[in-house]
Design a binder for this molecule. Structure first.
Ligand code: WTA
Length: 668
């Protein structure tokens, strides 16, 4: 990218909050932005004060780039703030979780019950020798016990490292070894699409690769335990792995008999709360470190204002706790706010494609937070599924994880939100810990596809390649560049576990005075941010910078297209030529006429320069398990290379099918 990104998107629709929403919103006075800006340290301190501390802090923040310390001298416990304080305030009977398993079993837990359960798990971990500072690796199916285990670790000051239950044995072993985890907590299995993911077997395979730091393996009986499934559920056959006496312990034996009394360990504000691995585009995954006081402050504030949380809300974030979204917006943020939440174990199309809408109807969900990739799948499945359910309880919708194309945004607004619910498009990262760019739903008019503006107290901008701040200086016109954060924030990454050099190089060396997020972005004339995707997702076609996302958005805007993945393919003439992998909707024919129609459509929407030179119709595109399109693999296919690393793919068969298809001639 030689110049700033010239984006060609032109979305003009805007959606101000309704008077009714505004009137009841937690934040509805635009002055909140100026107030936070005028005294950003005071702003964050005012949120930290809403937490319970054992000892007060001496200094809000000290900043010696790239090392930040927030609320130094203060002592608190994350589990106490998420659980105990609600019980002590007399709200112990309030529901913390309504947990629905994929087979249909529903269990509920009040805050008092969560406290008892978490205390037992904490005592169980202690009984296996876990002490403050020890790392505990958690490899469990999505469910309340996963959240409880994280909280149990926080309770005793043992940092957790959650590994998503869809990761392979290799990925698990790498993460265990990098963190030098002492105990692994897993399960016999978890339900997914009517089958069982054999977690214990995969954990055995990981340990067989050599994980000398692991002393004990605690195995929660999700599938095998009596009483956790609805009567009549038939469990499919699955591999239970091999029991290793002395190392392996059943949860029912190690936890159920423990005392429900376990004191919370007072932690320093800067003590490590957790490590969470995030994959870089190259090299091994990075163990992103988050500490206690600042992280909790960030997730408390953003949960409360972005999701407009009220005491009687039922909040549903559909992420798995294996991702940062589940850490920040299931376990720590909403719980610190004392809100009732849904936890759902399985896939959105089991037993039918209306599963999410049934859950919303049945449990009267008020706030739904999900990902664009899911929304596009729902669009593809058709309007009839949500239309058949009562979604009138919903009052706010959110998205996260990737840019949402305007068509999907509009569909979400109409078919799910009934044109009544504000949509918060939230941009953030594992590294930022909490939401960074987002509308405050009672204040900011939204534009489909824009994450709107920085959360109060943050300073963001876009920089040119050579580090000029083009964002803050812009005068009434669009500017594009590299997204940066220019001021420390409480939930910021504190380091890469075991690799301070990589921490510095990845985030802080690119620019001397800002955090480099790795995303391209545009700021429009009104100061709204439009995320264009990862910087390596920018194509340079005949000297023009075009983001893969805007071509994908244009394609998905055509009625025939359900989903599109776009890459820049090396081209001797243009530098890069655009190749589009397109999934079409039922009822359309993948023929030459459609290829032409789609190319013309993109030319009309964006300009002839963005016209894909190749369009490949496909049944699927390779995605990571968190739903991000693996463009690197598509480039490998398009440029005829040997395929790179495919271990993080949700469905590895997709690439081989595509490869075969790519070698058969396509219409020009
Ligand atoms: C992308 C997920 C556009 C972005 C919380 C970021 C988004 C990466 C959005 C972080 C959004 C996340 N609009 N892009 N609203 N939210 N992203 O670490 O590229 O899994 O850098 O954290 O997802 O992904 P991560």
């Amino acid at each position: 990218m030689s110049e700033t990104i010239a984006t060609l998107l032109h979305e003009t629709r805007r959606f101000p909050p309704s008077e009714a929403f505004k009137a009841q919103a937690n934040a509805n006075d635009p002055a909140i932005y100026d107030q936070a800006e005028a005294d950003w340290k005071g702003w964050w301190a005012s949120w930290a004060e809403k937490l319970d501390w054992y000892e007060p802090w001496n200094e809000v923040v000290s900043w010696e780039r790239p090392n930040a310390k927030w609320f130094s001298g203060g002592k608190l416990n994350a589990c106490y703030n998420a659980v105990d304080r609600h019980v002590e305030a007399g709200r112990g009977d309030k529901l913390a979780f309504i947990a629905e398993g994929e087979p249909g079993d529903v269990r509920t837990f009040s805050f008092a019950q969560v406290k008892d359960r978490v205390s037992q798990i904490a005592n169980g971990l202690k009984a296996q020798g876990v002490v403050k500072g020890d790392r505990v690796c958690i490899y469990m199916p999505m469910g309340p016990e996963l959240a409880f285990t994280m909280l149990a670790c926080a309770r005793i000051g043992a940092p957790h490292s959650v590994v998503f239950g869809g990761f392979s044995a290799d990925s698990l072993a790498d993460r265990i070894n990098d963190a030098q985890a002492k105990v692994l907590v897993t399960a016999d299995g978890g339900w997914r699409r009517g089958g069982i993911v054999a977690l214990k077997k995969i954990a055995d395979q990981a340990l067989a690769k050599g994980c000398p730091s692991i002393e004990k393996v605690l195995v929660y009986e999700r599938v095998g335990a009596p009483g956790t499934l609805t009567e009549g559920t038939v469990t499919p056959e699955y591999d239970r792995g091999e029991w290793r006496p002395g190392r392996d312990l059943w949860w029912s034996e190690a936890i159920d008999g423990q005392s429900q009394d376990c004191p919370c360990e007072p932690m320093e504000a800067e003590d490590l709360l957790f490590i969470l691995y995030t994959s870089g585009s190259t090299g091994k995954p990075k163990g992103v470190m988050h500490t206690t006081g600042g992280y909790l402050t960030g997730v408390l504030a953003t949960s409360k204002l972005v999701f407009d949380l009220k005491d009687d809300d039922v909040f549903w974030c559909t992420a798995d706790c294996g991702w940062i979204t589940g850490h920040s917006y299931i376990v720590y943020g909403p719980m610190a706010n004392g809100v009732t939440q849904i936890i759902y174990e399985g896939s959105p199309d089991t037993p039918n494609k209306d599963r999410f809408w049934r859950i919303i109807e049945q449990h009267r969900v008020n706030i739904l937070y999900t990902a664009p990739t899911a929304i596009r799948a729902f669009m593809k499945w058709g309007d009839a599924y949500p239309a058949s359910c009562d979604l009138s309880s919903l009052r706010l919708l959110g998205t996260v994880g990737e840019p949402i194309n305007p068509e999907a945004w509009i569909w979400y607004n109409e078919k799910i939100g009934g044109e009544r619910c504000p949509i918060v498009d939230t941009w953030w990262q594992t590294e930022t810990g909490a939401i960074m760019l987002t509308p405050l739903p009672g204040i900011v008019a939204t534009k489909p596809g824009s994450a709107t503006r920085p959360f109060p107290g943050l300073l963001a901008s876009v920089y040119s390649e050579d580090g000029v701040d083009v964002g803050l200086e812009h005068k009434g016109e669009d500017v594009g560049g590299l997204l940066v954060l220019k001021r420390p924030w409480p939930s910021m990454i504190r380091g890469v576990w075991g690799d301070p050099q990589r921490f510095k190089e990845t985030y802080w060396d690119r620019f001397e005075d800002a955090y480099f997020a790795g995303d391209g972005a545009k700021i429009d004339a009104e100061g709204y941010y439009w995320i264009l995707g990862r910087v390596d997702d920018i194509m340079v076609v005949a000297g023009h910078n075009i983001s893969t996302m805007e071509v994908e958005s244009a394609l998905v805007g055509h009625p025939a297209v359900a989903e599109a993945a776009v890459i820049g393919k090396a081209d001797p003439l243009k530098g890069q030529a655009i190749a589009a992998f397109v999934i079409i909707k039922a009822g359309w024919e993948p023929n030459d006429a459609l290829v032409k129609a789609l190319r013309d459509h993109v030319a009309n929407e964006i300009g002839p320069i963005a016209k894909p030179s190749t369009i490949i119709f496909t049944a699927d595109v390779p995605k990571t398990r968190s739903g991000k399109i693996m463009r690197r693999l598509l480039r490998d296919i398009a440029e005829g290379r040997v395929l790179g690393d495919t271990t993080t793919l949700a469905d590895p068969s997709v690439v081989n099918a595509l490869k075969d298809q790519y070698s058969t001639p396509q219409p020009a």
